[in-house]
Design a protein around this ligand. Structure first.
Ligand SMILES: Cc1cc2nc3c(=O)[nH]c(=O)nc-3n(C[C@H](O)[C@H](O)[C@H](O)COP(=O)(O)OP(=O)(O)OC[C@H]3O[C@@H](n4cnc5c(N)ncnc54)[C@H](O)[C@@H]3O)c2cc1C
Length: 384
């Protein structure tokens, strides 16, 4: 029997979860090609761990060569063009085609889109940027620190707040907190808009630690000479240390494929199936515009729906339930505390979120979240 060919572009949360499910169900009776330009996977939250010296860089990198699964060929190569009508991708190592094409290339980060950021600040969203901060933070002695968001759509909405709280702990441990000020600039009115309880808990933690929350604002430029951050409303904030969330954009290769009209037009999909306007072509995770936050847990949820659709297509079973846009995010509060917010974006008329306050159990749950993915995707022992 001819094997169904599934071509998956991007081995992040979405691509790894999708291929793991299909391999578990079909073994080597399916032909999956999984393509990624990187040699290793890094959890988003590990970027914070490395930056604040809680984990060494090597421990945060999970090499793709460890992904050994029946039916899956994982290739390290860059995707140069995509033809969705033909379900084909051109890479540095040849041309690949699928009966099904899944685009899971994530969101690209564009620090250069914010004038002055590259020259006069730092960003902690790329692996390189976050890992480099490990050597920058020990030299920060005094003055204002800003954790600033530069674009409306960004991954892991709790991450800027977590960064401010962890920075507070870091500076306190170094005896520098009294000599510094911390502000967070975010484009929302509250830290986590769908969950008022989570937002209130974060704002309370900010107030207890003397962290300033600047709401409904973006940093649109840095002036590295005068050392000021310029907000969208023209306000200037002085800084000694700027930790930026760079502008997120649709990967250029996706724009050129016609799946997106421009750099900020996240791929349109059927909200229930994650299928694009091209039959048999799906977009999962940060690259799509389904309306959920850009986070690994949502990419995984989308991958599960698409995997179920592919299984049904091959085995003739029932179509999957509609994608619900639900996910749980762990929130670092500093002081070794972890809370959790469970959000639901698509079931009701508006997004909702439920907060679980920090607890020992949630610290352990977050560790298990990472460990379980490493076991499933990489066959690795639990994280230390
Ligand atoms: C600081 C920080 C903290 C975070 N914390 C959390 C958290 O606690 N929980 C959570 O759920 N999410 C968290 N996230 C968000 C999470 O990392 C992303 O939302 C998630 O990785 C998205 O999954 P994805 O599969 O859509 O894309 P990605 O995981 O980004 O994967 C896309 C893959 O495509 C590859 N790629 C891109 N372009 C090409 C190309 N041209 N050719 C070949 N390969 C290519 C990339 O190398 C990448 O491996 C965090 C993010 C950050 C930055």
């Amino acid at each position: 029997m001819t094997k169904t060919r599934v071509l998956v572009l991007g081995a992040g949360f979405g691509g790894l979860e999708l291929t793991t499910i299909l391999s578990e169900v079909f073994g080597d009776t399916i032909d999956i090609v999984l393509i990624d330009k990187s040699d290793a996977f890094v959890f988003g939250f590990s970027k914070l761990d490395v930056m604040f010296g809680r984990q060494v860089p090597a421990a945060a990198r999970h090499p793709y060569r460890d992904v050994v699964k029946p039916g899956v060929r994982l290739l390290q190569t860059a995707v140069r063009s995509i033809d969705p009508a033909a379900r084909r991708a051109v890479t540095d190592d040849g041309v690949f085609e699928g009966d099904v094409l899944v685009v899971a290339l994530g969101a690209d980060l564009d620090p250069a889109a914010t004038p002055g950021l590259v020259e006069g600040g730092h960003e902690f969203y790329t692996v390189e940027g976050a890992f480099a901060l490990r050597d920058v933070l020990p030299r920060f002695e005094r003055g204002p620190a800003i954790v600033g968001v530069t674009g409306k759509s960004f991954k892991c909405p709790p991450a800027p707040s977590e960064t401010a709280l962890l920075l507070h702990d870091y500076l306190t441990a170094r005896g520098r907190r009294e000599a510094t000020e911390i502000s967070v600039v975010m484009p929302f009115g509250t830290p986590i808009p769908p969950s008022p309880d989570t937002s209130q808990a974060i704002l309370t933690a900010f107030a207890e630690r003397g962290i300033t929350f600047v709401k409904d604002s973006l940093v649109q430029a840095l002036d590295p000479v005068r050392k000021v951050a310029v907000l969208t409303n023209g306000t200037e904030m002085p800084y000694e240390l700027f930790l930026g969330v760079p502008v997120h954009r649709v990967p250029q290769v996706v724009v050129e494929s016609g799946l997106a009209a421009h750099a900020y037009d996240w791929v349109k999909v059927n909200k229930q199936t994650l299928e694009t306007s091209f039959p048999g072509v799906y977009a999962v995770g940060d690259v799509n515009g389904v309306g959920t936050p850009k986070a690994g847990v949502f990419a995984e949820g989308a991958a599960r729906v698409v995997a179920t659709a592919i299984i049904a297509q091959i085995q003739g079973g029932p179509a999957p339930d509609a994608y619900k846009g639900q996910g749980s995010c762990y929130v670092e509060f500093g002081h070794s505390q972890v809370g959790r917010v469970d959000v639901d974006f698509l079931s009701g008329p508006k997004p909702t979120g439920t907060f679980q306050p920090p607890s020992e159990a949630l610290v352990a749950e977050k560790v298990e979240f990472g460990s379980s993915r490493l076991r499933r995707w990489f066959g690795q022992p639990p994280m230390p």
